[in-house]
Structure formats: structure tokens, C-alpha cells
Write a new protein. Structure first.
Length: 242
């Protein structure tokens, strides 16, 4: 079980309920961005049972990166590894819509810690071909919603990838995974790894003015999202009980 978090508080929730891994991010309102080194170090300091895997994504938008962006990503991977991360989550697409050759640089910079090729696979030219590339490059796993916004809609594609992989790479399912559907996702896809963003809106202190700095997508009257402890507890209970 892996959950996505963007704070030390979220990491504490994951640790409390025995989540196996977190994907540590900044900027989840932008789909997730590379977190600061300070956040990585603090999360690693909290984790005992829960591994910290760091998202490496330098900006919002597509996954076709310039050489300058790739150089930054390599340095961020090295920094995450030095900070104690147990894995990195990364990906890049080339002009052909498949894995950019820079992905080999990412795996090399990881120097043996785990590597997850993220959801760039869901907008690639071919999930099957990209998975084969990820295997050749030495990635530990791929993260996919089966090219659909919702994991159950993408379940046939995910199941096909699991069968094609034949254990050569881990396939982790994501895309709206919750306690209410987790067992259905496992049954429909055959995965042994689930990834979920279990968050809830919280109120802040805006000072009552007309200027707002609320997070992107936060419901009116709320300030930001934080990891939902009750939702994480329920999800872990359902998965382990199933």
C-alpha cells in the first residue's frame, strides 16, 4: 500500500497506520512536483516502517523535458538519495511518445534505490511498449491508471500489463483508489500494489480578508488539503483484511 503525501504530518499518518510506502510530493494542486530537500529529510526522519519514495517532477504539464530540466531532475534524484529516500518516482517521454533516453540517466542517478516510472505511461504512445522499456532500463515498478482517469475504467489495460510483465516489473494501480473500491481494483487488475491519494480539505485562518491563498481545487470555505487519517486507516484495514 502506497499513499501520496506532501507534508510531515501526512508522513506521520502513513507511519501510524503502517503504510508500506509514501510518494512524497510538493504541489499536489499541480499534479505533484519535486518536494524540498528539507521535507525529504524530515519525512525520512519520521519513517520507521514506511519507506519514503520521492517524486521527481520539475514543473506541471507534459513529460517532454529540456536538457536543462533533465539536468535538474538528475540532481534532484541525487539529493533525494543522499537525504535517505528509499526510492524515486520519475518519468520522461521523448518525441516518439515513449521513454526518453534520459530515463537511463535517472536510473543511474538513483544508484540502486527503487525507481518507479510514474503516470507518464498513461499518456505515452503505448503502455505496453513503455513498460517493456522500463523493464530494460531497470525500473522497479510502473504506476498506472490504465490510461483512464478512474482505475476501474482502466482495469482491463492494467490487467493486461500485469500479465505481460510476468513478474519482471511491479505494476501498481492508481486513479481514485479508496477503501470502497480497493478490493474490487485488486480483483479486476491482479495487482499486488495500490497507490492512493487520500486527502481531505481543512480550514485555515485567512484573516477574513478578500485576498485568498487557498490551494487549487479546495472547496469554498476551506484552505488546503491534508492527508485524511481516517481514510488511510480504513483503506489499510480493508486491504489487509481482504
Amino acid at each position: 500500500m502506497e499513499i501520496v503525501v506532501e507534508s510531515v504530518g501526512g508522513m506521520r499518518v502513513a507511519e501510524r497506520f503502517g503504510v508500506d510506502r509514501v510518494e512524497l510530493c510538493g504541489g499536489l494542486g499541480d499534479g505533484g512536483l519535486t518536494p524540498s530537500v528539507g521535507l525529504i529529510e524530515a519525512a525520512v526522519g519520521v519513517g520507521v516502517r514506511t519507506e519514503v519514495h520521492v517524486l521527481i517532477r520539475p514543473r506541471p504539464g507534459d513529460f517532454r523535458y529540456s536538457r536543462d530540466e533533465i539536468a535538474v531532475m538528475v540532481r534532484d534524484i541525487e539529493a533525494a538519495r543522499r537525504a535517505g529516500a528509499r526510492g524515486i518516482v520519475v518519468g520522461a517521454l521523448g518525441a516518439d511518445g515513449l521513454a526518453d533516453p534520459a530515463c537511463a540517466e535517472f536510473v543511474a542517478a538513483a544508484e540502486g534505490i527503487e525507481t518507479t516510472f510514474h503516470r507518464a505511461i498513461d499518456v505515452s504512445a503505448s503502455s505496453e511498449k513503455l513498460m517493456a522499456q522500463a523493464i530494460s532500463l531497470g525500473f522497479t515498478r510502473i504506476l498506472t491508471s490504465g490510461r483512464q482517469p478512474n482505475v476501474l475504467d482502466g482495469a482491463p489495460v492494467i490487467k493486461d500489463l500485469v500479465q505481460r510483465a510476468s513478474g519482471a516489473i511491479q505494476v501498481m494501480a492508481c486513479g481514485g483508489v479508496r477503501a470502497s473500491n480497493a478490493l474490487q481494483v485488486i480483483a479486476a487488475t491482479g495487482v499486488s500494489d495500490l497507490h492512493a491519494g487520500v486527502r481531505a480539505p481543512v480550514r485555515g485562518d485567512s484573516g477574513g480578508g478578500v485576498v485568498s491563498f487557498a490551494g487549487v481545487g479546495v472547496p469554498e470555505g476551506f484552505d488546503r488539503f491534508e492527508t485524511d487519517a481516517d481514510g488511510v486507516a480504513e483503506l489499510c484495514s480493508v486491504v489487509r483484511g481482504g
